[in-house]
Design a binder for this molecule. Structure first.
Ligand SMILES: [Zn+2]
Length: 485
């Protein structure tokens, strides 16, 4: 099969294509289980395989994909036909940034293949957690597991040959309860990196889930009897359980280069960032350094090589508050440099990814992280706060179409009064304008506050592509934030 693919790739080159690549998925497996109030509500397993072909001809892309690999000639001809037809209408010819040809392999670090763990073991784990969540105050309890495993072989006409084995493990437990007024409240826990270097079935640590089950039930019961969140301007101290989402929505999505160039406008919106802003725009206080780091161990945002065949990198996006980088692939960096009439980007940052063989790669977040700071641990930050809210857990979010403003509700918040964390409040919310908010960043926690959170379901593109990624974030404090409305 591999030899045939290489032959077809080179054949289209001789027919006049300027670039050809192929992503062959020998297999792609997904397994998810949901335990809801003690009942196994869902247990899904799917497996597919297939091949996707991209062809660049006279500056236009052609794409074709199929799960039927019996007629490779037809598949490659279709992609080439599509490119030839598109080439007649192309207004801005596609150019690809230079890259090295690479022969390599990558495997997500894992010990126990979750697909080989018996269903009975998975159900037993969920049942045990469910029992633990079944306590006074809780009227709905949900525990879910989601596993993804795939093999991807990438071949291109520039001599690259890359094999990837990707394993993903996601897990979430949550509890819902009703307060005296009949209003529903929620508290949840999501598996993140938790200090483990591997992410097979072994990362489903019963002890870890047991501790967090106890904690979220106790916190839910505090929320149920809490006073409402105050409505005023104050400091907010965001824990990683909401800080990841703040970073995702107002740094990550805003800095996808295709979005900056207007390609997502019809669907998920654009970005307030313009090409003029790189190297110039103040995107946060001097305490803010954000990066796209796809080289971390054990994260869905680390995948070895992207779907352009570019190695994963660690790139600074915002350097001490100044915008310097973006989330990029080979095509968009060339287009952006041409449109800006200056060299903003020096090659691709290795962030072009497709959700499967039947979709084309687009710019996706890797691990969009905030560097730990020098403002101590969580207690230190609270001690230095006169009037504030400590917030955690994402409950709802609403974002401006160009990511210029936002409104988030969190699951829980604690008041901070004169340097002391005091009572829990319910229905906490905060909102702001993106740049004003990041510029008000007044404290960044040290490494002890930093946690790598996983995102299993980021959506982007038309047709929609779901992608997995990560956010490594410390505890951060922002000043004069409107809360409670
Ligand atoms: Zn997203």
């Amino acid at each position: 099969m591999l030899d045939q693919i290489k032959e077809h790739v080179m054949n289209l080159k001789t027919k006049g294509a300027s670039y050809v690549d192929t992503r062959w998925y020998p297999f792609e497996e997904s397994n998810s289980l949901v335990m809801w109030n003690g009942n196994l509500k869902d247990a899904n397993y799917s497996r597919e395989s297939g091949i996707g072909v991209r062809v660049l001809y006279k500056g236009a892309w052609g794409f074709s994909a199929s799960s039927d690999t019996s007629d490779l000639t037809g598949l490659y001809n279709k992609a080439f036909d599509n490119a030839q037809i598109a080439a007649k209408r192309v207004s801005l010819p596609v150019r690809l940034a230079e890259k090295d040809d690479i022969q390599a392999s990558f495997s997500s670090p894992n010990c126990i293949n979750p697909m080989e763990v018996p269903l009975s073991d998975k159900v037993a784990f969920l049942k045990q957690i469910d029992n633990q969540l079944n306590q006074p105050g809780v009227f709905q309890r949900i525990a879910l597991l989601h596993f993804i495993r795939k093999q991807i072989i990438f071949i291109d006409s520039e001599g690259s040959e890359i094999e990837k084995q990707i394993t993903e493990v996601f897990a979430e437990i949550s509890v819902l309860g009703q307060d005296e007024q009949g209003e529903t409240h929620k508290r949840s826990y999501n598996l993140g990196q938790e200090g483990t270097d591997t992410r097979g079935w072994e990362s489903i640590d019963p002890q870890l889930f047991s501790e967090n089950a106890e904690r979220i039930v106790a916190e839910l019961n505090q929320i149920l009897v809490a006073e409402p969140c105050p409505k005023d301007d104050r400091a907010v101290i965001l824990l990683p359980g909401i800080m990841f989402l703040q970073t995702h929505e107002t740094i990550g999505h805003a800095l996808e280069l295709d979005r900056i160039l207007g390609y997502e406008l019809a669907y998920a919106g654009g970005s307030f960032v313009t090409l003029d802003d790189f190297g110039r725009l103040r995107y946060g206080s001097e305490k803010l350094t954000a990066r796209a780091n796809a080289t971390l161990l054990n994260s869905p945002g680390s995948f070895g090589y992207d779907d352009d065949g570019i190695p994963c990198q660690d790139n600074v996006l915002i350097d001490k508050g100044i915008l310097v980088g973006a989330i990029t692939g080979r095509q968009m960096v060339e287009e952006a440099n041409a449109k800006a009439h200056r060299q903003i980007f020096n090659g691709s940052s290795g962030a072009n990814r497709a959700t499967s063989f039947y979709r084309v790669p687009i710019e996706r977040m890797t691990n969009i992280n905030i560097d730990p700071g020098a403002d101590g641990n969580l207690d230190d930050i609270i001690a230095g706060t006169e009037k504030g809210l400590v917030m955690d857990g994402d409950r709802s979010w609403s974002i401006g179409s160009n990511r210029e403003q936002f409104h988030f509700a969190t699951e829980i918040a604690w008041l901070v009064e004169n340097g002391q964390k005091t009572q829990v409040v319910k229905n906490p919310t905060y909102k702001g304008n993106t740049l004003e908010f990041w510029n008000s960043l007044s404290a960044v926690g040290d490494k002890s506050t930093w946690k790598l959170e996983f995102v299993s379901n980021c959506g982007k593109g038309q047709p929609n592509q779901i992608m997995q990624l990560g956010h490594g974030v410390p505890v951060c404090r922002f000043e004069n934030v409107r809360v409670g409305e």
